[in-house]
Write a protein that binds this ligand. Structure first.
Ligand SMILES: Cc1cc2nc3c(=O)[nH]c(=O)nc-3n(C[C@H](O)[C@H](O)[C@H](O)COP(=O)(O)O)c2cc1C
Length: 323
């Protein structure tokens, strides 16, 4: 399939794996790229520019296809060394960067000078337009369904994607709630040039996370996510578990007085415990409603091939059959 996104990124299929904290290591990124999509290493998971440089180099030994790096700008207690992380990306010869969480304007000149394509992930049309105006090459439009940070507007993709299509002149991919061929074809119908998946890619053989995380996604239904940190205007969609129930109790009890320090135990430093050790109640971890559409744990290649084959069937048989 050829779209503006496959052409822009030099990939075979219009499928991107979004950056995911403690999931987006070289194993997953290279598997997605080798299967013809765009794999993405999660920059901040590496913690330092040196470790990020090493992870990029490691990924390079696992694939000769293009892959990207995600750089997330979110409120953190100790800000990472962004300038040297971007330098590691450029020096590592990476040609695609996914930015998220805040306006990447300050990094655009150095990225553009290095010939890097910038895909900004955002949850509102106004932010997508801003990204377009500062020179981003594409946007990843992340609907309310998404795992991670859906923003504060709560607009689902059935509205957000056509709205983005109506306003944007740069290409965009649909993110949030994407799982299979139906997602891809629907996204294309609504004006997107591809899809970005998070949760679905965690439940694959190559995702370097604990088996319990994959099983939790397969076992979950579309009813099993919760929104946390809304009172802090840092809303995150997570899988429900004991820590999340406790966190929501605190939110209810403290109301507008809630401070980050009140929930630190449930959210700070929990990802390695969950993703690497499989301590499933250690804290809040991002997960999309799309967990309800995840029924198996295929290899990344099986997943991507299945999406592309079934998309062909939907377009040429089901849709064509209406005429
Ligand atoms: C476990 C997990 C961790 C994530 N971490 C990040 C992150 O560090 N930075 C980021 O930009 N997005 C992050 N995301 C969001 C994904 O990149 C992607 O936008 C989102 O998962 C899309 O929604 P979906 O889960 O419905 O596919 C994360 C998502 C999940 C599920």
């Amino acid at each position: 399939m050829k779209t503006k996104i496959t052409e822009m990124l030099g990939i075979e299929h219009p499928i991107i794996q979004g950056g995911m904290h403690f999931v987006g290591f070289a194993e997953l990124a290279s598997a997605v790229s080798n299967a013809g999509g765009l794999g993405i290493i999660t920059g901040l998971t590496q913690g330092t520019p040196e470790k990020l440089a090493a992870e990029i180099a490691r990924c390079r030994t696992m694939t000769d296809k293009p892959f990207g790096v995600n750089m997330t700008f979110l409120p953190t207690l100790t800000p990472p060394d962004y300038p040297n992380m971007f330098k590691a990306i450029i020096d590592g010869g990476v040609k695609v960067v996914e930015t998220a969480g805040n306006n990447p304007a300050q990094w655009m000149p150095m990225l553009k000078e290095a010939g890097i394509k910038v895909i900004h992930k955002c949850t509102a049309v106004r932010h997508a337009l801003k990204a377009q105006s500062i020179g981003c090459d594409a946007v990843s439009v992340d609907g309310f369904e998404c795992g991670g940070h859906p923003g504060e507007d709560d607009i689902p993709n059935f509205i957000l994607l056509p709205r983005a299509a109506d306003e944007l002149s740069i290409p965009f991919v649909a993110s949030g709630g994407m799982a299979d061929a139906r997602s891809l074809v629907a996204a294309l119908a609504m004006g997107a040039d591809g899809i970005n998946m998070g949760t679905r890619f965690i439940a694959t053989k190559e995702a370097p996370v604990h088996e319990k995380v994959k099983q939790a996604i397969v076992a979950a239904s579309e009813l099993d996510t919760r929104l946390v940190m809304r009172p802090l205007r840092n809303t995150e969609r997570v899988m429900k578990n004991a820590a999340v129930e406790r966190l929501l109790e605190k939110e209810k009890a403290l109301g507008a007085n809630l401070k980050f320090e009140d929930i630190i135990e449930e959210v700070a430093g929990v990802y390695p415990k969950i993703m690497l050790n499989g301590e499933m109640d250690a804290g809040a971890w991002s997960c999309g409603m799309v967990a309800g559409l995840v029924y198996d744990i295929p290899t990344v290649k099986e997943l991507i091939d299945r999406i592309m084959t079934e998309a062909d069937g939907i377009i040429h048989k089901r849709l064509n059959g209406f005429y």
